[in-house]
Design a protein around this ligand. Structure first.
Ligand code: URA
Length: 241
């Protein structure tokens, strides 16, 4: 593998929030010198975002995906929804039961709260904005069993598709909903309470971290709800002012 390709892969992994790479036993390291190994063993790497990529091509590449164990129990792959030219993209963790049944992100209770938050906050702030105007996607496209947090390898495998979606849309701002999305997009490992309300970057695109709407549904999290509304206000003014 030449140095330029290796650099592109490392940048790609960094964008996925991956900070440590392990070499599988029996796999060759890329040659460190300019004399290429005559019999290189190919490293099993995911494809980089192709040039001229489109959301349709990504859907085609996902196909009837069996790349990780999350495919075993899923009903529908939940790719993403909304306006692909939106300057604002929300990224959640992964589909729940309702999303798995319908194939659309954020349609269950958490989704209804997210819709209310987006549309309600926009209206209050004098911004004309409906949910259909923005784009919503998840870190993993298949429902984790019992709604468990996605495992690092699942995030790594499926993260390449989120990476491609964001590279195609290239919004003005990304809003990470909850810790999993925040980790996947920023690579930071702190809890969401520490990260929320702050700006990070994904490939030069500002990322605001806030609470996941499922967390806000719990009745004892009213203070967090207020904070999430504040975070959303910041995002909406940044994008639409
Ligand atoms: N939670 C998520 O993170 N994503 C969804 O699509 C639904 C619930």
């Amino acid at each position: 593998m030449d140095a330029e390709l290796l650099r592109q892969y490392l940048e790609f992994y960094q964008d996925l929030g991956i900070r440590t790479l392990y070499r599988q036993v029996g796999q060759a390291l890329p040659p460190a010198n300019p004399n290429p190994n005559p019999n290189p063993i190919p490293m099993d790497l995911p494809p980089l975002a192709p040039t001229g990529d489109t959301l349709l091509k990504i859907i085609e590449d996902i196909g009837d995906c069996r790349r990780c164990r999350l495919s075993e129990a899923r009903n529908k792959i939940v790719f993403g929804v909304g306006n692909p030219e939106s300057p604002l993209v929300f990224v959640g963790e992964g589909p729940g039961a309702d999303e798995d049944a319908q194939g659309i992100p954020f349609v269950g209770r958490a989704g209804q709260l997210l819709t209310q938050m987006i549309e309600g906050t926009a209206k209050k702030e004098g911004i004309e904005l409906l949910r259909k105007d923005i784009y919503i996607a998840n870190v993993v496209k298949c429902r984790p069993p019992e709604n468990r947090t996605p495992e690092p390898d699942e995030m790594e495998i499926c993260g390449q598709f989120l990476h491609r979606q964001l590279s195609v849309i290239r919004p003005k701002v990304i809003c990470a909903l909850g810790g999993t999305a925040a980790r996947a997009l920023t690579g930071h490992k702190e809890g969401v309470t520490k990260m929320r309300g702050k700006w990070f970057k994904w490939q030069e695109i500002p990322v605001m971290v806030t609470y996941h709407p499922s967390y806000l549904l719990r009745p004892y999290n009213q203070e967090a709800k207020r904070e999430a509304w504040e975070d959303l206000k910041k995002v909406l003014h940044y994008v639409y002012d």
